[in-house]
Design a binder for this molecule. Structure first.
Ligand code: NDP
Length: 264
């Protein structure tokens, strides 16, 4: 029987995940199909997953923390950060993983050695990326619009700031993990602050893919080397697919067909 996979999110229409995973399933003759589910209420994630008889799923904004709560068991890095982006139906049990963080590490490899990073945003993606960077002994500061979400970072990050008490440093890399610019024209922090930050970093990355965010546009105007979230998307997708097919397909082949879908 054909297996069914899906991505849950709100919004979700922009997601390239169906294209990416279906390209692998088709290319490698794996009997499966991947669709998208527009989920408004994160507390309905578990029941929707089982009602649709899914074999696995990905989870995007703003449900990754709800996905963590929905699981019967959480494995690996996801357990550490409390953020799940990949769900597997393992004999009727919901198992959660996080592949975003390793996907991001794959994406920033080309920047070379990075020592000091500013993460803008404090949501699920920020948690995963910051924790993974810190695990690699990289100094991480976090800047977020509101204070409440910074609580998680207080014990692990070098410094935590809201817009009111931000102190500028010199960075190797600044990453936008907010959803500012995803479906609006907003910057992830006030314009003057972003200007100062960009004048003090070597590289810039955005978790958002598919459109050049106002943040990346500003980096581009300043001739700073930047990358959008496409490679991170590819990295997390390859690792998620490997979990979906329970390692029945070779990682190299998964990557080949997933990469192909980026040209569609
Ligand atoms: P969350 O909803 O968990 O967190 C959103 C964060 O963005 C919060 O810190 C929030 O701040 C901040 N924020 C939202 N709007 C604004 C704004 N207008 N100005 C400033 N800050 C804002 O989202 P996720 O962490 O799950 O996802 C964040 C982004 O990363 C999304 O755009 C998503 O598409 C992208 N992403 C890309 C991936 C890839 O593979 N390329 C993988 C994962 C995510 P506050 O606390 O003040 O509300």
């Amino acid at each position: 029987m054909k297996k069914l996979f899906a991505i849950f999110g709100n919004p979700v229409s922009h997601s390239r995940s169906p294209l990416m995973h279906n390209s692998v399933f088709k290319g490698l003759n794996y009997k499966a199909c991947y669709t998208r589910v527009h989920l408004l209420d994160g507390t309905k994630l578990r029941e929707t997953f089982f009602n649709l008889k899914l074999s696995g799923a990905n989870v995007t904004v703003p449900h990754k923390e709800a996905a963590f709560k929905a699981c019967d068991e959480v494995r690996g890095f996801a357990k550490k950060v409390g953020v799940v982006n990949t769900l597997i139906n393992e004999n009727g049990k919901l198992i959660g993983y996080n592949t975003d963080a390793d996907g991001f590490m794959f994406a920033i490899e080309e920047f070379g050695k990075i020592n000091n990073v500013l993460v803008i945003g404090a949501g699920g993606t920020a948690k995963a990326l910051a924790s993974r960077l810190i695990q690699n002994n990289i100094k991480v500061s976090v800047l977020n619009r509101s204070a409440s979400r910074l609580e998680y970072f207080k014990d692990i990050a070098h410094r935590c700031y809201t817009w009111d008490n931000f102190e500028l440093e010199k960075y190797d890399l600044v990453v936008n993990t907010t959803s500012a610019g995803l479906k609006d024209d907003e910057l992830p922090a006030p314009k003057d602050m972003i200007d100062d930050i960009l004048d003090n970093t070597l590289f810039v990355a955005d978790a958002i893919y598919g459109n050049l965010t106002p943040f990346l546009k500003q980096a581009n105007e300043k001739a700073i080397t930047y990358k959008d979230g496409a490679d991170m998307l590819l990295g997390q997708g390859v690792l998620a697919n490997e979990l979906f097919v329970n390692k029945e397909l070779k990682l190299k082949k998964i990557k080949f067909f997933m990469q192909k879908s980026f040209n569609l």
